[in-house]
Design a binder for this molecule. Sequence first.
Ligand code: PLP
Ligand code: SF4
Length: 310
Amino acid sequence: MRINSYYLSLIQEMGDPIWKQAVPDSRELEDREGMVDPLGEEKLSPVPGLVHKYPDRALLLVCSECAMYCRFCTRKRKVGRPEMVITDATIRAGLEYLQKTPAIREVLISGGDPLLLSTARLEEILCSLRAIPSIEVIRIGTRVPCTLPMRVTENLVSMLKKYHPLYINTHFNHPAELTPEARQACSLLADGGIPLGCQTVLLKGVNDDPETIRELMVGLLAMRVKPYYLFQADLTRGTGHFRTSISCGLNIMRSLIGHVSGMAVPTYALDAPGGGGKIPLTPSYNVIGKGETDFTSYLGQVFQYPGEKG
Ligand SMILES: *Cc1c(COP(=O)(O)O)cnc(C)c1O
Ligand code: SF4
């Protein structure tokens, strides 16, 4: 476990949504159903530390540590553990793979948390990626704006902005994480011209109700962070007590669509167990039994639109 002093300071009381994300729970040891590697990442790794699942993008793991360890982490088999070995050699092997695989146009830098690297080390990696002509877009996945926002400094941003087009997807799960410090971190990044997205995980007892998710999504948008994915929890061993039903997620999506800005509506997605990729889960607005012609609006009124002719 790791809980830094900033994230610790967000805990108001035992068992609150911040506590649940950070403090170990004995139920983690009782979960026998979950899988150690729920997304089948190890078998999709042509070289250690690189996951190539989709044709045109790949995930490069550059750091084994995070600012705090989330109890529900999909990569808890390795993140923060000695088993997760990232060295100059693994990163070099990843870069070589990217070089000889020009179909990859986008690289997602993840870990662990890439922003736990020193600014100089992260710059070396970005610089090496930019030297590969087939790579158009770089995306960094980091929870630091939420869990250690003071790591985002002017100095870091002035380095990052040299490597555009660069996107950052961060990870907030609860409105209590939208603090003045987090807002400041996101402002600095957005001012550096870095488009910000958010990948939230739906977690039982943390954010599994429409009001909490609505407040989170609208709050993120106001911080210039575009909600990107709302993930159904993965089948990771030791995280069963966080899992919600899919109908819970669909119900939350219904409460968002049409009711708040479309800019604040993420894609609800299931990452297919075993490594099939992300599957969007969208509530149906077709009227049951009326085929392709009758639809309900977000308010439940029925509207007709003729089916395809000819
Ligand atoms: C999620 C993921 C991606 C990115 O998928 P997008 O839908 O483009 O966000 C790429 N590679 C791996 C291995 C992933 O898990
Ligand atoms: S920040 Fe991401 S990688 Fe790190 S522990 Fe949390 S979910 Fe896992």
